[in-house]
Design a protein around this ligand. Structure first.
Ligand SMILES: [Zn+2]
Length: 307
């Protein structure tokens, strides 16, 4: 069965090229490969072939103000305009007006309901630390709420150690230095190999990377160039492993942030939608965040690389 690997990058938009945009100054070879040879900036040329889609997505959801993760991600992972449902942008956690759609109609539910998808056919590859599971009242993010709603298990420390899960920072540095846990060091390319192995066993695998947004807010002490180099190594390894006849890598974001380092806020810039592999043409109708889930579901429903 053909598979989709969905890498969600928080807080990366397509902004004007220039010294304040690290995506134009520091993005490496894999970023360009994924985008048809161009850097991820406002002038990114669109592409829509049978196995490669490059497209800006509107992240404003027809609302004033700065897009936020709660409503942006809820829209991305349900196909429903959740900012419209709430009446404004909201985040970073999901608004109560969106709980129902997240709990009952998210991307995982919709893929699992397809007749061709076996039980356990979808996976969320991120690892969560012991304190997440031990917390008396958990603050659900959009993605963890999607998992809980659809019965997709969350991966833990044992899974991370056994390389059946990926640390949110790729290298597991935060697990060792921040959380003082005994986890071996790994490179971004190692993390990509682990993610790809999980992807090989599932119809749909999601991985969420949010350091891009944290660096944009300057909440972690990491230079944008260092972060983008790690991400480039990670994406490059995924592209090397990928067989476009069987696999599709989908990369997108919820709102802009990192592409404008002149401030620490989100932006209203469009976000990139990049799809490389057999399913790319099924995402060709997506113009906003709401178009991603329907495209993935339709691709996996047909399992074909034409429309
Ligand atoms: Zn943010």
């Amino acid at each position: 069965m053909r598979r989709i690997l969905f890498v969600f990058l928080d807080g990366i938009g397509l902004g004007p090229a220039g010294p304040k945009n690290p995506l134009s100054t520091d993005a490496g070879a894999a970023f360009r490969r994924l985008a048809g040879g161009a850097p991820w900036v406002q002038s990114l040329p669109e592409r829509a072939t049978s196995n490669h889609l490059v497209r800006p997505l509107d992240a404003t959801l027809q609302m004033d103000g700065l897009p936020q993760s709660g409503t942006g991600q809820a829209t991305l992972f349900t196909g429903v305009n959740c900012a419209e449902r709430v009446g404004r942008h909201f985040g970073p956690y999901p608004h109560s007006a969106t709980h129902d759609v997240l709990d009952h109609e998210n991307l995982f539910h919709r893929v699992q309901a397809l007749p061709s998808v076996p039980d356990g056919g979808v996976a969320f590859a991120n690892a969560f630390p012991p304190r997440f599971f031990e917390a008396p009242s958990r603050r659900w993010t959009v993605t963890t709420r999607c998992c809980a709603g659809a019965g997709v298990s969350l991966r833990d420390l044992d899974a991370l150690r056994a390389r059946r899960a990926v640390a949110a920072d790729l290298t597991a540095e935060g697990w060792r230095d921040g959380l003082q846990l005994d986890v071996s060091a790994r490179t971004p390319a190692d993390a990509a190999q682990t993610l790809f192995a999980t992807h090989r066993d599932h119809v749909l695998t999601l991985f969420e990377f949010f350091q891009t947004d944290k660096v944009g807010h300057r909440r972690i002490d990491l230079a944008p160039g260092v972060l983008l180099e790690r991400l480039d190594n990670f994406l490059g390894q995924l592209l090397d492993l990928l067989d476009p006849a069987q696999d599709t890598l989908v990369v997108t974001s919820d709102h802009g942030n990192l592409e404008d380092t002149s401030h620490t806020q989100h932006t209203r810039n469009p976000v990139p939608l990049l799809a490389y592999g057999w399913a790319a043409s099924h995402l060709a109708d997506a113009r906003t965040l709401a178009g991603v889930t329907p495209g993935i579901v339709e691709a996996l429903r047909t399992g074909r690389n034409d429309r």
